[in-house]
Write a protein that binds this ligand. Structure first.
Ligand code: NDP
Length: 314
């Protein structure tokens, strides 16, 4: 029996982002049949996107469309500059909504499943409870609206797809909150960190590993489990709780941390004015995903520990 885990082939869009690089770290050369960055496939060039994508896919269509070697497209590219999106609505919608729609149409026509990512920012963040997939979206920002339109465009193409809404992504590659806090904790005597936004810090590696594992269970295009899921670790915290945890762990690992625990001040988000309104509650319920695929997701702290250990080795 062929091992399905090894026979699934991935074509990756957005190869240099945090999540894109996590896919590249996860996959063998045989599993990653193609990986395109911004230069090789520009999602803002909507007129030519479908043709360019089909050209990239063409060499991999035969014989990989055989049942034993399925090909899957992963779209890890996005316009993620949340505040800039407020002033660049057209660009945000082109890359986050129209381009995913075109990618999904190409994928559906070629009968290739598509994995796509979305965000907690599709919700307004009211309340304290974790949002479930069926909760009504009500984005507060252009970025959130563009990502919601992207989800809808992917679903409208009617092909086999998985959309994963996630939150607070971090990893060893790229820029993120964890790396910024680590740097500041080494440079400064005191820090102020927002305490009135809650969510789950999500390691980029989890956003590659879980979808890839799930593909092993999704052999049929008719499987009812294709669709929209929330994917993040269990438990939740605030940005302040996240910063305190990661700084304490780094100190215990021997990093030369300057700031003391007492000097990490919890502040309201009003102290850091930004263009795009963030949800106060970014909690995402992952029960649907865990039930559908028999998964147990880790707590967010273990992802922080792993990334700190990787950064420590570098
Ligand atoms: P990154 O910002 O790290 O990476 C995004 C990638 O998209 C970059 O490699 C970028 O390439 C590429 N990209 C941007 N514009 C274009 C374009 N016109 N054509 C082709 N590629 C383009 O994002 P993440 O890895 O953090 O995010 C992955 C997914 O997760 C996205 O869908 C995002 O919306 C979602 N998400 C992210 C969260 C986060 O905290 N980061 C939270 C919730 C959801 P280049 O660098 O060359 O511009």
């Amino acid at each position: 029996m062929p091992n399905v885990e090894h026979s699934t082939r991935i074509f990756l869009i957005g190869a240099n982002g945090q999540v894109g690089q996590a896919w590249r770290d996860l996959l063998t050369d045989e599993q990653l049949v193609g990986a395109v960055d911004h230069k090789a496939l520009d999602l803002s060039q909507l007129d030519e996107l479908a043709d360019r994508l089909r050209e990239h896919l063409q060499p991999h269509l035969q014989p990989l469309q055989q049942q034993s070697q399925p090909l899957v497209i992963v779209n890890a590219a996005a316009y993620t500059a949340v505040d800039q999106a407020q002033d660049h609505q057209q660009q945000a919608f082109d890359i986050n909504a129209r381009a995913p729609g075109i990618i999904a149409d190409v994928a559906a026509n070629l009968r290739i499943p598509l994995i796509h990512y979305s965000t907690d920012y599709v919700f307004d963040g009211h309340g304290e409870q974790a949002f479930v997939e069926s909760d009504a979206p009500a984005p507060l920002s252009v970025y959130g609206r563009s990502k919601l339109a992207g989800e809808q465009a992917v679903a409208a193409a009617n092909g086999a797809h998985l959309i994963f809404r996630t939150s607070w992504v971090f990893g060893v590659h790229g820029q993120n909150f964890l790396k910024t806090m680590l740097r500041l904790a080494q440079e400064r005597d005191a820090l102020s960190v927002v305490d009135d936004q809650i969510g789950a810090p999500t390691p980029a590696a989890l956003l590659a590993q879980v979808p890839f594992d799930i593909l092993r269970q999704l052999q049929e295009r008719e499987d009812p489990r294709w669709g929209l899921y929330h994917l993040c670790p269990t438990e939740h915290t605030s940005w302040h709780g996240y910063a305190c945890y990661l700084i304490r762990q780094a100190r215990e690992m021997g990093w030369s941390i300057r700031v003391t625990d007492d000097a990490i001040k919890a502040v309201d988000s009003s102290e850091f004015p930004v263009k795009a309104t963030r949800p106060h509650n970014s909690r995402l319920c992952t029960q649907k995903l865990q039930n559908a695929f028999g998964l147990t997701l880790p707590a967010w702290q273990s992802g922080v520990d792993q990334v700190l250990a990787q950064l420590d080795k570098q």
